[in-house]
Design a binder for this molecule. Sequence first.
Ligand code: SF4
Length: 393
Amino acid sequence: MTTETETKHMKYGGSKMELFEACPGARKAIDSLEVRPAAGPAAERGTRIHGYVEDILKRRRVPRNLNEEEAIAVKVCDKIAEICEQYGYDTLDLRVEEQVLLNHLHPEAGGTADYAAFKVFRDLLLIDLKTGKRYVAAEDNIQLMFYTIGVLQSLSLFERAQLRQCHLAIIQPEQEEPYHCHVRVWTVDMPTVVKFEERIRGIISRAEKEPDNRIPGDHCEGKYCDARRTCLAYQKYLNAQTGGAIECALQGSEMPKVTAHGLELAKQYSVLKKLKDWIKCVENETLQALESGHRVPGYELQERRGNRQWASDAQIKKVLRELGLKPSQYEIKKLITPAQAEALLKKNDIKLPEDWATFADSPYIGKKVATVKESGEDFAQLFAAKVEAPPVA
Ligand code: SF4
């Protein structure tokens, strides 16, 4: 599996290569954290699915009464078998979840390659399983290349010299039934592998030479830098992007008026998602501090409660009946939603009728801001045309 969690003993893992390339100081910043953020539910789900796939591939047995994640794992294994067949391998040829080392680049560089197979005089196949929602491309994927280089290092010089090309595949199941697995393959020749090896060498070497060089940007959040919740460079970056709003909020002074327009307004709008992420980080940090008994002046932990629910449906029905209500008054039947109906029909292998779209409509509930693709030089001009300048006071 190829996330930072399982390469925790490695200083340089494949999943953070892009981040370290954008910010050489990130390695030291993450290492300096007293507490690393806990893995979220999506990462935990991913770890479990990887575990199920590993189990099936190694034991060659499919469990009965599959839970949802095991069902996904079975689909993934079927797809892995298809990919293997396509490239002339058997799933028995696969090395499953094997640790690879890139210690020719750094003594602590390495990780775990999900599934890999190779044949002398021919090629190497590396498959990486991605369980998240975010689309992951295979082409130019430096993380895939990192693990490929790791697998190549585990071969003898003779074996490596005979290889002609590498097939680097991403397999990504959908989040909903029937969990269709998408496959993307990037086939590269050996000179391309060498080029990437040099790029990775450069990333590691710069991170070693410039441990305090923090370069903030979209990657702090986009590439999940664990240090972003406490990183001053990132806070300064967000502060500048919002016209000093964060500094004002932290100092308790009046928030600056939003006077930007055109491209400047677009820039500030684009930073909202990052701000929300930062706010979430501060909330989590405060929650964690209070949970571990630390004092946060002015705040305490309280129980959160969901909407009230009946202790027993049968008991309350009896009480309501005795109080004089009729079942038609307290038992409301509700029609399922269009989305639920579609899911139900899909589950029962029933095709939607051709005029399906005419049965439901989305009511107008207001306007929202949506992103549009703008390109090159037209960018500023287009924004200036869409957003009117505020009236001069
Ligand atoms: S938050 Fe951004 S600037 Fe700070 S260490 Fe991480 S990547 Fe670098």
